[in-house]
Write a protein that binds this ligand. Sequence first.
Ligand code: SF4
Length: 390
Amino acid sequence: MNGQAPNVAATQAFSDRAVAQALAARIARRAAEIGRPVNLMEVCGTHTVAISRFGLRSLLPPSVRLLSGPGCPVCVTDQGDIDLFLALARQPGVITTTFGDMMRVPGSETTLATEKAAGRDVRVVYSPLNALQVAKANPGRLVLFYAVGFETTAPMVAAALEMALEQGLTNFAIYPVHKTVPPALAALLAAPAVKLDGFILPGHVSTVIGAGAYAPVVERFHIPSVISGFEGNDILLAVDMLLAQIAAGEAKVEIEYRRVVTWEGNRTAQEMLDRFFVPVGAKWRGIGMIPGSGLELRPEYARLDARNRFDTPALAAQLPPPPPKLAACSCGEVLQGIKLPTECLLFGKTCTPVSPVGPCMVSNEGSCAAYYRYERRPRLAEGGVEPWVN
Ligand code: SF4
């Protein structure tokens, strides 16, 4: 009982209106002091949704722009990986397991949801451990898990692999498309078209890798960076901390989300990652190949990679080219903060959550879906969609 009252009060402060107004006023003062436009990128899909859901843009001065980054794991997955995984899902005897977000992500010709409707065995799971249970219950069939996600999800996948080995399950394999955040930050900052003044860094990923993991990027590019929690006032405070760094001409990693994130991160989770995975170059949608930004299974665990259970080169050679409507999708630019979702010509017209063209509209954490759900204004008389307040 003793510690309960302060915790409740502290929790309430994260969504308290008066605190939000005080933070907004302080942000406005700092923005005026800086005296130029400032682009801040949130590098986490959960932040993207929180910013839109809480209407935080409406609390900021026009000179402070919040741009969404490549923080939705489904969105950044390369089209070739999606198509190849769909091809594996069609192989005889396979049970496909995946997080729900992947079901409607458009491949070039089909989706997992379409394949399921056509009679393929495709199952939504909430954890890789659920996928393991499916494998245990179906010893005569090969169970594939589509391992999508950042450093937050990858340790859970490593734990499932460890259990599969301990239990002698030979009918379980993953298709690893995990991505890591720090190399992506470096790639963004090195891209000439991307103009950023600071990063709102991901809270969940940072619990695993620790704040120290960003220090090399922050030092190299002199980019102010703050790790934020997910409540409205967490994010406003992170914006305020970023503006304070910018006003002072500083660039360092700060932790706003101190109740969860440490400088070192979670050593146990890091060890699990190291045991099973090695960093490799990985393709990101719209960004391209980023050295060291993917996680591949170590050679001794090659049999746990779904691609090694099939004649993958032959399957890859039969994949169709992406259809023209995917080429019109601006997801790649949206993921780099180069375009707002509302600047995509298909937004709210051809592309909606009911009929998504690209993954940024499918995933719950996709910025196009977040804009459509929370930041869309009524259509103007002549058609088109009015952009958000900033
Ligand atoms: S609105 Fe649709 S088509 Fe446009 S970038 Fe977003 S997902 Fe792609």
